[in-house]
Design a binder for this molecule. Sequence first.
Ligand SMILES: NC(=O)c1ccc[n+]([C@@H]2O[C@H](COP(=O)([O-])OP(=O)(O)OC[C@H]3O[C@@H](n4cnc5c(N)ncnc54)[C@H](O)[C@@H]3O)[C@@H](O)[C@H]2O)c1
Length: 252
Amino acid sequence: MAAQNLLADRTIIVTGAATGIGQAFAVGCAAQGANVVIADLNSADETVALVEQVGGRALAVKVDVSDDASTQAMAQAALDRFGRIDGLVNNAAYFREVKLTPFEEIDPAIWDRIFQVNVKGVWQCSKAVLPAMRKQGGGAIVNIASVVAVAGQPGYLHYVATKGAVLSMTKGLAKECGAHGVRVNVIAPGFVITGATQNRPIEWQQSFLKARAISREQRPDDLVGTALYLLSDLSGFVSGQTIIVDGGHIMY
Ligand SMILES: NC(=O)c1ccc[n+]([C@@H]2O[C@H](COP(=O)([O-])OP(=O)(O)OC[C@H]3O[C@@H](n4cnc5c(N)ncnc54)[C@H](O)[C@@H]3O)[C@@H](O)[C@H]2O)c1
């Protein structure tokens, strides 16, 4: 993709960008002129290389979004390197590890951990970037939920509950941050083929595919255009909204 200017000179932090959907967001933002902070628990060398291939500037930061001090350090590293923070994509999640479990058998420790990462993590990353956005007079936060928060999914109650919380938090944050010029929106992806989902039951993949208006596999790149829209001035008067990107499975 040739470099363009939708996000020229802006700094965007993408959490969970070492792989999968987050990696696609990071590369997509870089291709639109952004400086990208690739924030992940794991090594992000592959994403850094891909960002540089499209002519972007990348900073890899090790972060655990469930740890408040770690998210503060992430925001500070972005400011030290690029001097500003214009966008945050709250994409990191406890997701790959989630096991299909009847709700009454979910381990309470796993229940707590998934909320720490998927819900507390979104809160902590958002509060870490807010002071910089407020000082600059604005910014955009894009949360990543899931279509299962709208449609439900048996065997994943803890995960479904966290993504439902992300939908509600988006609205609460949008109301609270609007006065500072900060917009907050959420994308709910359908079943996307990534390293996290490739081992999920094949019947699942097939059932999602059959239910779609656009009957093909969903890939990480299918989400990038919506994220760019929400991060850029194209959506300057849009806040608190949920956009389902699932090939026309759930419609409302
Ligand atoms: N793949 C799908 O079908 C699908 C569908 C709906 C929603 N989602 C959501 O999209 C996002 C990305 O999913 P994916 O399929 O790319 O998953 P993935 O497992 O490939 O990527 C998740 C990334 O988050 C990082 N991460 C996990 N815990 C972290 C923590 N505590 N701190 C920092 N980084 C952490 C991981 O290291 C990994 O790089 C998640 O929020 C997921 O819930 C995925």
